[in-house]
Design a protein around this ligand. Structure first.
Ligand SMILES: Cc1ncc(COP(=O)(O)O)c(C=O)c1O
Length: 330
């Protein structure tokens, strides 16, 4: 989706959004989960299980229902109630676990081993199949840009599977001789949980990042509040080998960014995705005139209750011009 008004405001040569909000359950996770569910079926699984803050849960519940599989969802204590309701509507079994993300993973893995369930979390170190789904974003961008990819691709980063997957998709395109140079990749995190930013700033090796989970994730961007880089083996080289960068964003800046995006371009994204806007502002300051694409990973309809609480209630008026004049102030 081209965003010419924002591009002009930011001083970018061109800005487009890869609109992942229009996937069947409203986030890019459908790409990954559809591959994972297909694989689970070929293995003959009858139950799939995932760890999730919300979007993977909704995708898994939906795609499992379509495939006739049972879904067991291990949700974080901070999981969004709206996303949990979305997942529950598909008939999945949901449990919330009061522990840091890496410990929720341990419980999910133990349950899968005990009952023979197929583990489908979108973390390449546990489930290498579904992270393949993110590569299709790179393939589609190649087609949609008619081979002339932008200079930068910007995406939110939690565990890293999304940006790492886009990078691997770009490598496929290069291997096929379809592109010569890769775009530079910009990962965006919340300041309250930024293990990728820390690892890139300090040059930390992937295995060392696993030994030091982010101690206390604190952000309203729940989809990227991962305390470790579950896909650090792809997202770290994605940044390091493309001349990329990592931006960390405060919660109030991401909320302001969501409103700016919605009001300027008519695109309403979820809280987690909102991190891309302040990142675009920072990237544009240092790279005036650049051609940029940012991935809008999840729909604002996922957080509609947040917006309902945060924005003023609409006035209720009598059906008269006088009453209307009163609220319009004319
Ligand atoms: C809306 C949204 N954006 C971005 C991400 C980041 O994806 P990854 O964990 O693969 O880095 C997530 C992950 O759940 C998400 O829900």
């Amino acid at each position: 989706v081209p965003a010419p008004r924002l591009a002009r405001e930011l001083g970018l040569g061109a800005l487009s959004f890869k609109n992942e909000m229009v996937n069947p359950t409203g986030s890019f996770k459908d790409r990954q989960v559809s591959v994972g569910i297909t694989h689970a079926r070929t293995l003959g699984a009858d139950t799939v299980a995932v760890v999730s803050s919300g979007n993977v849960a909704a995708s898994t519940a939906a795609y499992a229902a379509r495939a006739g599989l049972r879904a067991v969802l291990f949700m974080h204590a901070f999981a969004s109630p709206d996303k949990m309701a979305q997942a529950a509507a598909f008939g999945a079994t949901i449990v919330r676990v009061d522990a840091p993300p890496s410990q929720v993973f341990s419980l999910c893995i133990a349950a899968c081993e005990r009952w023979g369930w197929q583990h489908l979390s979108t973390a390449g170190m546990y489930e290498p199949w579904n992270v393949e789904g993110a590569k299709t974003i790179a393939y589609e961008l190649f087609q949609q840009y008619e081979g002339e990819l932008p200079e930068w691709i910007v995406a939110p980063v939690g565990g890293g599977g999304l940006l790492g997957g886009i990078w691997r998709g770009l490598l496929d395109l290069r291997r096929l001789g379809l592109i010569k140079d890769l775009p530079r990749l910009c990962g965006v995190q919340a300041s309250g949980c930024a293990p990728l930013k820390q690892a890139v700033d300090y040059g930390t090796a992937y295995l060392d990042t696993l030994r030091h989970p982010w101690p206390n994730p604190q952000t309203i961007a729940g989809g990227i509040a991962d305390d470790i880089l579950f896909d650090g083996h792809t997202v770290l080289p994605a940044i390091r080998t493309t001349g990329g960068c990592v931006v960390a964003v405060e919660d109030d800046a991401l909320v302001a960014g969501i409103h700016r995006l919605a009001r300027t371009e008519g695109l309403l994204c979820e809280l987690t995705t909102g991190v891309v806007m302040p990142a675009l502002e920072e990237l544009a300051r240092a790279n005036q005139g650049a051609r940029v694409c940012a991935v809008l990973t999840g729909s604002g309809l996922k957080d509609v209750n947040y917006f309902a609480r945060a924005l003023p209630e609409a006035p209720l008026i009598a059906p008269s011009i006088a009453a209307l004049e009163g609220v319009l102030g004319v």
